[in-house]
Design a binder for this molecule. Structure first.
Ligand SMILES: Cc1cc2nc3c(=O)[nH]c(=O)nc-3n(C[C@H](O)[C@H](O)[C@H](O)COP(=O)(O)O)c2cc1C
Length: 201
C-alpha cells in the first residue's frame, strides 16, 4: 500500500510546473521514495489490462558514467545520417562529442521503464507510466528528464545482458531522477491546435 504523501501542489499545478531537469544536487533520492514513484507509474492506464512494464533502478554513478560513454557514440551514429543544419542539432552534436558530457546529467538515479514486447501496446503503456512518475516526482519536489538519446545503448545486446534485461523486455523510457539544482520557469507552449470542433446544437 502506497504511503500517504504530503505534496504542495494539486495535479494541474504540477502539470504546469514540471520541467526537464538537467542539473541535480548531490543528495541521493532514497529508495523508499523511488518505490513510491514506481507505485505512481503502475497506476497509469494500460491497454487490455496487460501492465506490460518492468523497471530497472540504477543508483550507481560509475555504472551510469559507463552507460553514458557507451550511449554517446551509438546515438551519434544513429543521428549521423540526418541532413540537419540547425543550431539545435549542431549544439547537440557538440555536446555528444564532448568527453565530459554525461548524458544523464550526473543524476544520482536512473530509472529505466521497460516494456514486455509481446504486450498489445507496451510502448504507449510505458510512456503513460513515465508521465505519471514524472508528475509524481515533480509534486514531491524532485526533478526528472527523459533521456531518449540513451535508447540505442539500452537496446544494445551487450548492455541488455549487463543490465539483466531478458529478451522478453526492451527499454522504452530512460528517466533521470534527483533533487533539482536549477529553477526553471514553467514552459511556454503553443496553444492547442484544434483541427475541428463539433458541438451539437
Ligand atoms: C521522447 C523524448 C526524448 C527525450 N530525450 C532527451 C534527451 O536525450 N536528453 C535530454 O536532455 N532531454 C530529452 N528529452 C526532454 C525534452 O528535451 C524536453 O521534454 C523538452 O525540451 C521540453 O522541455 P520540458 O520537459 O522542460 O517541458 C526528451 C523528451 C522526450 C519526450
Amino acid at each position: 500500500m502506497m504511503p500517504l504523501l504530503k505534496v504542495d501542489m494539486n495535479i494541474f499545478e504540477t502539470i504546469l510546473a514540471r520541467r526537464s531537469i538537467r542539473c541535480y544536487k548531490a543528495r541521493m533520492v532514497d529508495i523508499v521514495t523511488v518505490h513510491i514513484l514506481l507505485e505512481a507509474a503502475v497506476k497509469a492506464p494500460t491497454a487490455m489490462h496487460q501492465e506490460p512494464w518492468a523497471f530497472i533502478v540504477i543508483q550507481d554513478k560509475k555504472l551510469m558514467q559507463k552507460l553514458s560513454n557507451r550511449a554517446k557514440p551509438l546515438f551519434l551514429k544513429k543521428v549521423a545520417a540526418r541532413q540537419d543544419n540547425s543550431a539545435h542539432y549542431n549544439n547537440m552534436l557538440d555536446a555528444f562529442s564532448n568527453p565530459d558530457f554525461n548524458i544523464f546529467y550526473n543524476a544520482g538515479t536512473l530509472i529505466l521503464i521497460c516494456g514486455k514486447k509481446t504486450a498489445h501496446s507496451f510502448e504507449a503503456d510505458c510512456w503513460l507510466a513515465a508521465e505519471n512518475m514524472m508528475l509524481a516526482a515533480c509534486a514531491m519536489g524532485l526533478g526528472t528528464c527523459v533521456i531518449g538519446s540513451a535508447l540505442p545503448a539500452f537496446n544494445d545486446p551487450e548492455v541488455e545482458i549487463q543490465l539483466g534485461i531478458s529478451n522478453e523486455f526492451s527499454v522504452v523510457v530512460p528517466i533521470t531522477l534527483g533533487y533539482p539544482n536549477e529553477d526553471i520557469a514553467p514552459s511556454v507552449r503553443n496553444s492547442p491546435l484544434i483541427l475541428s470542433s463539433f458541438v451539437a446544437t
